[in-house]
Structure formats: C-alpha cells, structure tokens
Design a binder for this molecule. Structure first.
Ligand SMILES: [Fe+2]
Length: 191
C-alpha cells in the first residue's frame, strides 16, 4: 500500500481527459474532472435561477426545473414548483424517490400526511400517488431526486405514459426552444 504522502504527489495526466465536456454557462458550474481519463464526468453545481424561462411546464400551474439527468442510472433531480392549486397526475415509481420541501406544502391524495417546508420525504419503489397543492398555498417548491422513470397511470392503475430521462429531456428541449433559451440549453444538466 502506498503511503498517504505518496498519494499526495500523484500527478493526474490531464492530456488523457475525456474529449467531450458539457456546455458551461452561468446556470451550471463545474470544473474538468480530475479522473476524466477513467470516464469520470464533471460535477455539477446549479445556482438559484434568475431566468424564469428555466422552469418547464408539465401540467397547469405545475412546473419543474432540471438539476441533473444521470444517463448512467436513469435518475434525475429537479425542483418541482406549483403555484396556487395544482395537481401532478397519478403515477407510480418503480425506483426510490427522495424529496425535500423548500417552500409551501403538498400532500398525496393517497396518504394522510402533509409535507411542509423543511420536510424530507422518502418514497420506496412501488409508491403510487397524486401530488396535490391546495389553492391556499401561494407557491410550493420541492427538490425531488427520482431514481428511475415515472409511470403515469389511469385511475385503475394501468400505465398510460412512461416518462424516462430521454422523454423528459425531449420535453425540456421543446420548451426551451419555444421560450428562446434554445433546445441545447438542457444539455448542461446531463451527465
Ligand atoms: Fe411521484
């Protein structure tokens, strides 16, 4: 085993970095990966947005902004925002979901509890729910880490739409093309 002092002197061969690096902007910060030669991708830092166009509508009063799309695992991170009343249609998660409420409150029609500002929510694979924000809530924002696709279902539980990273990225591309940010804008969130 090498001594710690030896490791401190290891030099990274930066000439073997991966050739492709994601686009850089004020919306996503990163440094080149020190182990790019091993296929490591750069980290990703998303500052608080100043451009309203970064929010992508998915249903009336319901928007999200991407934090990252992980193309190795199929997971993604987002901030979900609902203003006034809004409903995210019934869906099922085959993979875990983590949520942290930044602002406001919401509940699932299928559960008894309410997630308030500061709450952390863990949803095991198999969760079926309909996210609802009541009219008396001015604005709700929650960070979600959704570690797989989202299966939208009808009332009987039959899957009617599958939303994976590829579909979600396509959705963002369309929205960003329409609002002038450009369809490539979403690329900076992909790893
Ligand atoms: Fe969900």
């Amino acid at each position: 085993m090498p001594e710690t002092d030896d490791l401190a002197n290891v030099e990274i061969d930066t000439t073997r970095m991966i050739g492709w690096l994601p686009p850089k902007s004020e919306h996503v910060l990163y440094d080149p990966p020190v182990m790019g030669h091993l296929g490591m991708k750069p980290e990703l830092v998303v500052p608080e947005p100043t451009d309203e166009r970064i929010w992508v509508e998915i249903e009336p009063n319901v928007c999200f902004r991407p934090l990252f799309f992980d193309m190795n695992t199929g997971g993604h991170g987002e901030v979900l925002r609902v203003r006034k009343g809004g409903v995210l249609s019934k869906h099922r998660h085959p993979s875990p979901v983590h949520g942290i409420v930044l602002k406001g409150r919401w509940h699932y029609l299928e559960h008894t509890w309410v997630a308030e500002t500061g709450s952390y929510v863990f949803e095991p694979p198999g969760e079926v729910h309909t996210l609802t924000v009541t009219d008396d809530c001015e604005e709700m924002q929650t960070v979600f880490f959704i570690l797989g696709p989202v299966l939208y279902t009808d009332d009987d539980g039959t899957v009617v739409h599958v939303e994976d990273n590829v579909g979600l990225i396509e959705h963002c591309k369309k929205a960003y093309k329409l609002n002038g940010l450009g369809e490539d804008f979403v690329d900076q969130f992909i790893r």
